[in-house]
Design a protein around this ligand. Structure first.
Ligand code: ADP
Ligand code: MG
Length: 252
């Protein structure tokens, strides 16, 4: 069974005056098996964040069905959505979204505190913090950290509830190349431990760390590439080829 099923999803944004319509997603259809690490690639404005936000139940599709581990998101009552997100999903964003008035430790505990599920929180924190190498940062505040350190803290916060699905929107977008590489290694490591990950990115290098890449253009998935037995380098070349071909499509 798929952990995530996205069926014929359409998203149209309409301004209050109902005059301007933006079709962000036309007809998006794919599924993700438990334990897969997939990337969704496309140019700026191609609908990547819209797609991720509809999966995250932060936004609802205009049409179509999204199912996460058997639950149709459109059948979850409005007042149960926050709980659903807290229990089933983890998020990482380009700009980290850490709370500056909370220490690193408090930031990481926050999802457990919100869920009133603080039993054995120290044990959960310890194992995550060790595997992320952020033991020495726990009493610091986000403004005292580098971008790379902030993103590692954000990963700890996203995973402390042991979510079914980790969603990442351009997680390397604000990082330099060394820190991007480190973050991608971290995501690969959690993937190897069984974490299901859906990452949105416009970086071929980032996408080459996943096991499958879906390409989005004009509101549809128009192509996909599997890593299979390829080396990271061969996979990166395949991904770059698709990106080059579709970026140059206007010249044909
Ligand atoms: P990407 O993340 O790939 O850069 P987005 O999903 O952010 O793309 O945006 C896709 C399209 O939808 C763009 O044309 C964008 O302007 C539009 N859009 C995104 N969010 C909104 C919104 N809240 N209201 C209106 N239009 C939006
Ligand atoms: Mg975006």
């Amino acid at each position: 069974m798929s952990l995530l099923k996205v069926e014929h999803v359409q998203k149209i944004y309409q301004t209050k005056l109902k005059r301007v319509k933006t079709i962000a997603l036309k007809d998006v259809d794919f599924s993700v098996a438990k334990g897969e690490f997939i990337s969704i690639m496309g140019e700026s404005g191609s609908g990547k964040s819209t797609l991720l936000n509809t999966i995250a139940t932060l936004d609802m599709p205009t049409k179509g069905i999204i199912t996460i581990n058997g639950d149709r998101t459109d059948s979850i009552p409005e007042n149960a959505l926050a709980k659903f997100r807290r229990e089933k999903l983890g998020f990482i964003f380009q700009d980290f979204n850490l709370l500056d008035t909370f220490s690193v430790r408090e930031n990481i505990y926050l999802p457990l505190v919100l869920a009133r599920n603080t039993k054995n929180k120290e044990g959960k924190l310890d194992s995550l913090v060790n595997s992320l190498g952020i033991q020495d940062l726990l009493d610091k505040y986000p403004y005292e950290l580098s971008g790379g350190q902030k993103q590692r803290v954000a990963v700890a916060r996203a995973l402390i509830t042991n979510p079914e699905l980790l969603l990442a929107d351009e997680p390397t977008g604000a990082l330099d190349s060394k820190n991007s590489e480190e973050l991608l290694k971290i995501l690969e490591k959690f993937h190897k431990q069984g974490q299901t990950i859906v990452m949105v990115t416009h970086s071929s290098l980032a996408a080459s760390c996943s096991s499958r890449v879906l390409f989005i253009r004009d509101g549809r998935i128009f192509h996909q590439v599997y890593k299979g037995e390829k080396s990271n380098h061969e996979f990166l070349e395949d991904i770059s080829d698709v990106m080059t071909n579709f970026l140059n499509r206007g010249d044909e």
